[in-house]
Design a protein around this ligand. Sequence first.
Ligand code: NI
Ligand code: MN
Length: 226
Amino acid sequence: MNITYYGHSCFGIELNGKNLLFDPFISPNELAKNIDATTVKADYILISHGHEDHIADAVSIAQRTGAKVICNWEIHVWLNNKGVTNTHPMNIGGKWKFDFGNVKCVAAAHSSSLPDGTYGGNPMGFIVESDEANFYYAGDTALTYDMKLIGDYRKIHFAFLPIGDNFTMGIDNAIIAADFIKCRKIIGMHYDTFGYIKIDKEVASKKFENAGNSLALFNIGETKEF
Ligand code: NI
Ligand code: MN
């Protein structure tokens, strides 16, 4: 399947003919200034939590595309109040069958409030199960021992993990997370966007390699086949 990086933690994934868009934060991202958020495709928008750097373009892209937004209850209510009504509320532990595959919501150790200060509910990660592949999108999270449950639950073919440190786990903890979820193919996210989360990409790749993993770091705008 094709995966396109739109910067920070925002990825577009083509799965079973549907375009999934995760955590849209494009127009305020200086590093993504060559991406035009008004042309990004979406049939579904998945939002891990309410922070600005994960939701900034959600309302505009949802309104333009009519995409269904998959998120927690509190973000669903907030979006509905903003006129985005094609939403599917979920919460941690829950699974739902969509036409592209299943989405299971899992815990993320982080916080969540919406850009206007509204309570954002609990942050989540997503496990997407499909006949093409299963993958884990961690959202913003610390390393947690609960990640072992993900490795026991499903064969995870690849995983999106935050590696920028400071607000989430960093490189060394993400390598442990890869062990916990029993997945060797990691896609890095949540790095370089802000001063606090700048990383040395070469060091990161080397560390993952030394641990027997591969770390894919996309250029913004780049599409890779997974
Ligand atoms: Ni966050
Ligand atoms: Mn974040």
